[in-house]
Design a protein around this ligand. Structure first.
Ligand SMILES: Cc1cc2nc3c(=O)[nH]c(=O)nc-3n(C[C@H](O)[C@H](O)[C@H](O)COP(=O)(O)O)c2cc1C
Ligand SMILES: C=C(O[C@@H]1CC(C(=O)O)=C[C@@H](OP(=O)(O)O)[C@H]1O)C(=O)O
Length: 387
């Protein structure tokens, strides 16, 4: 499977083309809309989310509720575009062109590097595409992948484990359904009600101070067969591909699996997951400290991956920067902005991870139809159990 996205933050729409989805897969537009709606929520989002109401249009590759095997073209409209038609016009000499030219780069955003690289004197030509509006498109692609995963009884969920200085570990023993429900009920997608309140106050304070906050999100995937990904070539290692997908989310700066960076502090006997066997389960692990991966392949234990998001770069609080025209320093660049988007980003993370797993699943079990795929997976699971 592969996909491409196109579209600017204030252009008419986001466009997604998804290819490689098997035919005859029951396809639900509502399930995509559900993921898009989840991404729009979250305490700390700015005014743009009150304008948008993301819904997908399915333009190809689906007929009478099932995939045909052809490329699936999806569109998400930007409602805000009506206010930006002139500024975003593709015409050579649009009326008002240049009126709102941006010459003041924000530290932490793509503005300055993109302007120099692509020779744009109006940094809108950079920020429109570097905007995390594009993550709506990635969520739509991920929501298609989730439908492939559901067919094979693989389920993905996520939650927030930190915002700023407030951490909230996942209580042990929660089922995936409970994690999903609790994070769904929380405005910051956090599983701990005490931490939730602290996170919300912290976001209120950051907003008041004209500042922003980052955090950490965790994604958990259950039902993954042993052996997705491969040790034989660097770019086939599935943990590495998931790491790329997570760090490619706007403002994400790092990723870890299982105990992650804590592995550096522990000795081997406190890190590696001992191998067990039972007739009922086949091979399994006593613990899951490595987060579901060894040798770039899934171990069959839940995949546990965390990503760290830096604070949002657009601030009301002045940060030093230099105007690209006058070369004079200035100290404030006021733009409408989110103050914390970690809860929304956890939904993006779930969906980009879902995409990578579905892709790896179809690499291990190449199938033209949904039936073939579920049959191959079931056969393999049986074989692995008897190994
Ligand atoms: C869901 C989401 C919403 C975001 N909202 C904003 C925002 O309102 N303002 C902003 O400056 N950056 C926002 N960002 C972060 C920027 O898009 C990101 O920092 C920028 O593209 C630069 O890329 P980098 O941080 O990955 O280097 C958001 C990120 C995500 C994932
Ligand atoms: C539009 C979305 O996120 C945007 C991401 C973003 C940025 O710079 O990344 C800036 C803001 O948009 P605007 O410039 O219109 O205020 C966010 O709201 C979205 O998530 O759908």
């Amino acid at each position: 499977m592969r996909y491409l996205t196109a579209g600017e933050s204030h252009g008419p729409q986001l466009t997604i083309i998804v290819e490689g989805v098997p035919s005859q897969l029951p396809f639900s537009k509502d399930k995509i809309d559900e993921q898009l709606a989840r991404r729009q929520k979250g305490y700390g989002r700015g005014r743009r989310m009150q304008i948008e109401k993301d819904r997908v249009q399915v333009l190809s590759g689906v007929r009478f509720g099932k995939t045909t095997g052809a490329p699936i073209a999806l569109v998400i409209e930007n409602k805000d575009w009506t206010h930006w038609k002139k500024i975003m016009s593709p015409d050579p000499h649009p009326e008002d062109a240049g009126k709102r030219r941006i010459s003041r780069p924000r530290p932490g955003h793509a503005d300055l590097n993109g302007a120099i690289k692509y020779n744009h004197r109006d940094m809108r030509d950079v920020l429109e595409r570097s905007s995390a509006r594009e993550t709506a498109a990635r969520v739509a692609a991920g929501a298609v992948a989730r439908q492939v995963l559901e067919l094979c009884d693989i389920h993905v969920t996520g939650h927030v484990t930190r915002i700023g200085e407030v951490a909230a570990e996942r209580p042990t023993g929660l089922s995936l359904a409970e994690i999903r429900q609790r994070s769904e009920d929380s405005p910051v997608r956090c599983l701990d009600p005490v931490a939730e309140q602290k996170m919300m106050s912290l976001i209120d304070q950051a907003k008041k101070d004209g500042d922003s906050l980052g955090g950490i999100v965790e994604v958990i995937v259950e039902g993954v067969p042993i052996g997705l990904g491969s040790h034989v070539q660097w770019d086939r290692k599935l943990d590495a591909r998931i790491a790329l997908a997570v760090v490619s989310i706007n403002a994400f700066k790092g990723v870890e699996f299982g105990i992650g960076f804590e592995a550096a502090e522990r000795s081997g006997s406190e890190v590696h997951d001992e191998i067990m066997w039972s007739g009922e389960r086949g091979f399994y692990r006593a613990t899951n400290r490595l987060g579901g991966f060894e040798g770039g392949m899934t171990t069959g234990e839940p995949i546990v991956v965390r990503g760290v998001m830096k604070p949002i770069p657009t601030l009301y609080k002045p940060l030093k920067s230099v105007d690209i025209d006058t070369k004079e320093p200035f100290e404030a660049s006021i733009e409408r902005s989110d103050s914390c988007a970690v809860p929304a980003a956890s939904v993006v993370a779930e969906n980009v991870v879902a995409w990578e797993i579905a892709r790896a699943l179809l690499e291990k079990f190449p199938a033209d139809t949904a039936d073939e795929l579920s049959e191959y997976v079931a056969q393999y699971r049986e074989k692995a159990l008897r190994f």
